[in-house]
Design a protein around this ligand. Structure first.
Ligand code: RB5
Length: 145
């Protein structure tokens, strides 16, 4: 798998982050872990920003994990050209790539079990943007103030 993934979490997503990193590395992906390095209480926007800036600068793909996935997705979507999708199903993951060209997968460690989360990760990275009418719709995001 020739893929680079930028990943971050907060304390609520730390354990799932470690599991996802190992899973992706076993598949041959390069994973850039932007923290945190332990489970001490921390602020998820700090890590959302780190991942978003790398994804923007490298036109790459990222993963953000917190307890629910909600805070990470809210924070990430404040960045222009970030399309962060909070996914709790393989369907979400597939459609977020195919129709929304999501560039960040958000998940919640406190809501999604490990096996399910890894399946969502695999689905996300195996799915491709379909372009066409979906590109036109995404371009409309830039009309917002
Ligand atoms: C941390 O307790 C929790 O609020 C955070 O991980 C996340 O779920 C926020 O949306």
């Amino acid at each position: 798998m020739s893929l680079t993934v930028y990943i971050g979490s907060d304390h609520g997503g730390f354990n799932l982050k470690a599991t996802v990193i190992e899973h992706l590395q076993n598949k041959g992906a390069t994973v850039v872990d932007l923290g945190p390095v332990d489970t001490c209480s921390t602020d998820y926007p700090v890590y959302a920003e780190k991942v978003c800036r790398e994804v923007i600068d490298n036109a790459g793909l990222g993963i953000l994990i917190c307890g629910s996935g909600i805070g990470m997705s809210m924070a990430a979507n404040r960045f222009k050209n970030i399309r962060a999708a909070l996914c709790t199903s393989e369907f979400h993951a597939r459609m977020s790539r195919r129709h929304n060209n999501a560039n960040i997968l958000c998940m919640g460690e406190r809501i999604t079990g490990v096996d399910h989360a890894l399946s969502i990760v695999d689905t996300f990275f195996e799915s491709e943007f379909e372009g066409g009418r979906h590109a036109r719709r995404i371009d409309l995001f830039d009309h917002f103030a």
